[in-house]
Design a protein around this ligand. Sequence first.
Ligand code: NAI
Length: 403
Amino acid sequence: MPHHTHQGAPLPGTAPRSGADLAAGPERYTAGLFPAAAERTASPDAVLIRRTMEEIAPVADKVTSYFYALLFLRHPDLRALFPAAMDTQRDRLLKALLTAAEHLDDPSVLVGYLQQLGRGHRKYGTRPAHYPAVGEALIGALTRYASTTWDEETEGAWVRAYTTISQIMIDSAAEDERYAPAWWQAEVVSHDLRTPDIAVVTVRPDQPYPFLAGQYTSLETPWWPRVWRHYSFAGAPRSDGLLAFHVKAVPAGWVSNALVHHARPGDVLRLGPPGGSMVVDHATENGMLCLGGGTGIAPIKALVEDVAEHGERRPVEVFYGARSDHDLYDIDTMLRLQQSHPWLQVRPVVDGRTRLPDAVLAYGPWNEYDAFVSGPVGMIRSGVDTLRGVGIPAERIRHDSLG
Ligand SMILES: NC(=O)C1=CN([C@@H]2O[C@H](COP(=O)(O)OP(=O)(O)OC[C@H]3O[C@@H](n4cnc5c(N)ncnc54)[C@H](O)[C@@H]3O)[C@@H](O)[C@H]2O)C=CC1
């Protein structure tokens, strides 16, 4: 189940190595450190690392604060890589570590995750030399807060794991540097306020931006430097190179409020690399069952355009959910697409007796369909449960949660 990655603060590590090594695949990094996933038994290092994670879980907040205090005290120059206010940034590092720790014995997931994390760090200005500094602060914080279980063996396990983790990230950033910029500048060319709190923002990147329909990017506004948020592309790649985003201003959402209420044509945003695996598999002719909740309709529209461009005749069924009629801000576009494509069926679902995920139960059968789910986290969760319930296997349900 491909989740959106947490592109957080840098992870610790060692000296740089050639990016060409990436071609060697996951085993190249993890052989000898972690057992093959098929063996199903946790490696001794993974057991020790999970033990540490369990001990620090109840004091995760303190570990995070202490970690950053150590880091910035010892390396004041690194403070400039982070946003002025650390609120959402703070927890990302620990979440990234937890995600990595969770998959320690599953190199295929771990390596893909860390490679994207490494690429995503280029836009922060992260250099290979920063990794050991972060590693020392991390070990310092763990030594203090996992004191009951911490010993030499445990420290060895953490050092080995983080050497591996950071090497994968460093290599992947080096490889990416060969053909992609660290970020793109993108000028706002239009701003269309569709409801009092939803805007469609269209931008022109300063150089070609390659991505697949259904993917997302990370975005920084000039008003909140170094604060990055994920937004899905609201359309398949276009011949004029323009990119569109659907943004809803959420309470206390710095970036979303800036984009909806302040951004105007001429403003310049920064974009990170594309990410996400909610893309169309053109090798199959399976029908596509798409659930888009709120602004989650944006990547679904991209998928529909992608199918249309490939001239396919596979059935595509879109359920578009919103809190009220008024919130179906993109229904005209979706109905226009339906009019020009006989294989497309669009069904608006407004909150009432039925919520979006349950609406699919009135139709079907869905066993020949691949599913795509996009929207608020709770909707993705209940959407996936509902689709599993009607017999769609987990590997045919795609989503990235952009919480
Ligand atoms: N690729 C992705 O997955 C994308 C995700 N998003 C996310 O989508 C969200 C959109 O938010 P809004 O427009 O405010 O949506 P919203 O809160 O207005 O809800 C949209 C729809 O989801 C349903 N829904 C909400 N919570 C639910 C739950 N717990 N169980 C079942 N159904 C539920 C609602 O009934 C409604 O039909 C944002 O959190 C945004 O980050 C946005 C774009 C792309």
